[in-house]
Design a binder for this molecule. Structure first.
Ligand code: PMP
Length: 305
């Protein structure tokens, strides 16, 4: 890991090496923390760093905190200020990833959510591609099932729930795939291990609705807006069956880390023509311009650091 120099920890910005929790911390023992995964992009022409939709990420983080009965004194604005203070201290001049986390910080034994102290930490690090083959990803259908809203809510970024994503990712990687698609308990394609999914079928862009045990992705929401405004194809938010991955024209995945990834093979069947299609290719271009602060129309999505 390219070492960060600073972290926000116990109410202030400290040297990264001082941001340490105890082995007895509740969140470490029981997975009782919630986190955000955000990116900021370096714009080489302007020599500036742009954070992508930070307010929306902090808004979702606060919702995740509510799911774990956390009582936090921060709001979107104060979290934004901490992010800016941290990034001003770091002075990165490359693309970075930002990781804010609310965690149950009390020490001791006892599984519960109530009567526990909640704390915030935030740190950042340089970050490039998450999926190497992002124009021709080869994915498998995972044998693991997606967690259900009545098991651990998938719409929150809850640390403990990411064991599900880790099982999905490792089995896919060890079998030689770039990623995996995971089915929910009803057998519908819900997401990748850490990304939302889309298909283009007969001129309609289809993505599962937020009630299909998915994370309410901020990239997903942005891509839906780009499709609506710039591509003009009809959109259907409805469940996707696994066999539709075989007969659709294009399939792609979206996420902060993954960005926009074209899937060209699912297990051993090609998607469409087996190469990146025109819709995902266009979305990748539009997305790249928006996140780097190069698009006037989507300037409101980025915050200058
Ligand atoms: N699903 C899961 C399970 C994820 O972890 C992520 C990454 N945060 C996503 C979808 C994509 O969400 P976003 O676009 O907000 O990063």
């Amino acid at each position: 890991m390219n070492e960060p120099k600073f972290a926000f920890f116990e109410g202030k910005i400290v040297p990264f090496s001082e941001a340490k929790i105890s082995v007895a911390t509740h969140a470490f023992n029981y997975g009782t923390s919630v986190f955000g995964g955000m990116r900021a992009y370096w714009n080489e022409e302007k020599k500036k760093l742009y954070s992508f939709r930070p307010w929306d990420h902090f808004h979702r983080l606060l919702h995740s905190a509510r799911l774990l009965c956390m009582e936090v004194s921060y709001d979107e604005e104060s979290l934004l200020q901490i992010m800016l203070d941290l990034l001003h201290a770091e002075k990165w001049t490359e693309d970075i990833y930002l990781r804010p986390t609310f965690y149950k910080s009390d020490m001791g034994i006892g599984v519960r959510l109530h009567d526990l102290k909640d704390d915030l930490t935030m740190w950042s690090l340089p970050f490039q591609k998450y999926i190497k083959n992002d124009t021709n990803a080869h994915v498998t259908i995972s044998s693991w099932r997606r967690i259900d809203d009545n098991v651990i809510p998938a719409r929150g970024k809850i640390s403990g729930a990411y064991v599900n994503s880790a099982l999905i990712k490792t089995d896919a990687a060890r079998s030689g795939f770039d990623e995996a698609l995971v089915l929910d308990q009803n057998g519908h394609v819900s997401e990748g291990s850490a990304m939302n999914v889309f298909m283009v079928r007969d001129g309609v862009v289809v993505t599962p609705p937020v009630t299909e045990n998915i994370l309410e992705g901020i990239t997903r929401r942005s891509v839906l807006e780009l499709i609506r405004n710039e591509i003009g194809l009809p959109i259907a938010e409805r469940p996707i069956d696994r066999t539709e991955t075989t007969i659709c024209d294009e399939f792609f995945m979206t996420g902060t880390a993954a960005q926009v990834v074209a899937v060209t093979r699912v297990d051993h069947r090609p998607v469409g023509k087996g190469t990146m299609g025109p819709v995902v290719s266009k979305i990748r271009e539009l997305f790249e311009d928006a996140v780097r602060g190069r698009s006037e129309k989507y300037k409101h999505w980025v915050t200058e650091v």
